[in-house]
Design a protein around this ligand. Structure first.
Ligand SMILES: Cc1cc2nc3c(=O)[nH]c(=O)nc-3n(C[C@H](O)[C@H](O)[C@H](O)COP(=O)(O)O)c2cc1C
Length: 397
């Protein structure tokens, strides 16, 4: 149920706008309070009167209309909403949101809200596959907007393909899941590691890797959202830490090892998404190394294997590792799971563009101690974080 949930529905100028009458009706039946905002183009497809009647609320169409209560309406609406849903979302509105444009009531409310924004695109297949549209969608996913992918089928223009607005019933289910995240991890302490490590060679050089930290930061954010106390031990990244985490910044693998060991006894769940350097230089030069020889050899020594050590020490903790591999992914994942005494391993192929280190999306599989595997199709790292936490919660139960 969506009892008393306050939902702002933004309707844009797409042929599927009529389906939103059904959507409003379903949301109201679920107990939600719905206020509809329509773009100018949306009113070419369906009248505000339809939504007014179904939602029992005045439909908002004009940014500059005389305010009803002498409030700044776009701000009060943005604050009122528990959640914003845009359906059907046009290529135009998606582009405006990605560019930060706020030139009508809907885009201005989105810019002003702190509530979750759920976007359900609908358009012709070629429009949906347009590279700029896809880039805008990827960017918005990275910014934390939630997308309901369009369905395949016969489109209004006569074409067959991807682009149909998802069925209203499924949109309602998606909205329910967003609200239902609940506080399942309340009372749990989750330690997440993220990002690369740096192994210093001299004052200007270091050994590192291409990890962006996005996967670990997404897991940390999702765990906070579900009520956990989250300690995020992070190597150097350019990311803004999620609200509500305790951030512990480290640089080298040894620093990460020390911090993880310090916090480990306090934790119920450990999710190690960091890409830790296996080796470090034996000697760190205090001066910049000059190019005096044709060849330069840097001798390396092993760093501590954090996950392996945790696997030996663990008592009550659920331990989740990642296997970012370029070959034999299944075999490596299985071997790592056993050798390091993990409860779950998330494996992905880093050679693919959409699942690589700095990509906003990921895909792969998650394997448990019985080696049973669940495939994870391509999705945003935020959505993947939810999938991982769902698995962890099943183990806790
Ligand atoms: C008959 C018709 C159907 C349209 N259907 C869609 C659609 O399904 N998706 C879309 O992105 N644009 C569609 N458009 C184009 C949008 O209406 C147009 O880009 C408009 O500027 C969108 O305005 P808005 O985003 O402010 O609502 C359609 C246009 C017409 C005339």
């Amino acid at each position: 149920m969506l009892s008393d949930k306050k939902i702002v529905l933004g309707v844009c100028g797409g042929i599927a706008a009529y389906k939103c009458a059904d959507l409003v009706s379903r949301l109201v039946k679920e107990g939600a309070k719905v206020k509809v905002v329509m773009t100018k183009s949306a009113q070419e497809f369906i009248t505000p009167l339809t939504f007014q009647t179904l939602s029992n609320n005045r439909v908002i169409t004009d940014l500059f209309a005389e305010p009803q209560n002498w409030e700044v309406e776009h701000i009060s609406l943005a604050q009122w909403a528990d959640c914003l849903v845009i359906a059907p979302a046009t290529a135009n509105v998606i582009g405006k949101l990605a560019a930060g444009i706020a030139d009508d009531m809907l885009t201005t409310v989105v810019a002003a809200t702190k509530a979750k924004v759920i976007i359900a695109p609908a358009m012709n297949t070629n429009m949906y596959n347009n590279r700029i549209v896809r880039k805008n969608i990827d960017y918005l996913i990275d910014m934390g907007y939630l997308f309901i992918s369009p369905a395949e089928g016969r489109l209004a223009c006569g074409d067959e393909g991807l682009g149909r607005l998802e069925e209203p019933g499924n949109i309602v289910e998606f909205i329910k899941r967003v609200f239902d995240k609940g506080e399942d991890l309340k009372g749990k302490t989750v330690l997440v590691t993220a990002g690369p490590t740096r192994e210093i060679i001299d004052p200007v050089r270091f050994i590192t890797n291409g990890s962006s930290g996005k996967m670990g930061y997404a897991v940390a954010e999702a765990a906070v959202e579900q009520g956990a106390k989250v300690i995020l031990v992070s190597g150097p990244t350019t990311l803004t830490p999620p609200q509500g985490v305790e951030l512990v910044k480290v640089t080298s693998a040894r620093e990460m090892y020390e911090k993880v060991m310090e916090y480990f006894p306090l934790c119920d769940i450990v999710i190690k998404a960091a890409a830790v350097s296996d080796y470090r230089p034996v000697n760190v030069s205090s001066q910049k190394i000059k190019k005096t020889h044709d060849n330069l050899e840097i001798k390396l020594e092993r760093n501590p294997d954090i996950l392996y050590e945790l696997g030996k020490l663990k008592t009550k903790q659920i331990l989740v590792g990642f296997a970012a591999e370029s070959t034999n992914i299944f075999e490596y994942a299985k071997e790592k799971l056993e050798k390091k005494n993990l409860d779950l391993i998330v494996a992905n192929d880093i050679t693919r563009d959409e699942t690589g280190f700095s990509s906003d999306t990921n895909a792969g599989f998650i394997m448990d101690r019985d080696f049973s595997m669940e495939n994870i199709p391509k999705m945003s790292k935020h959505q993947m974080a939810d999938v991982i936490l769902e698995k962890v919660k099943q183990l806790i139960k």
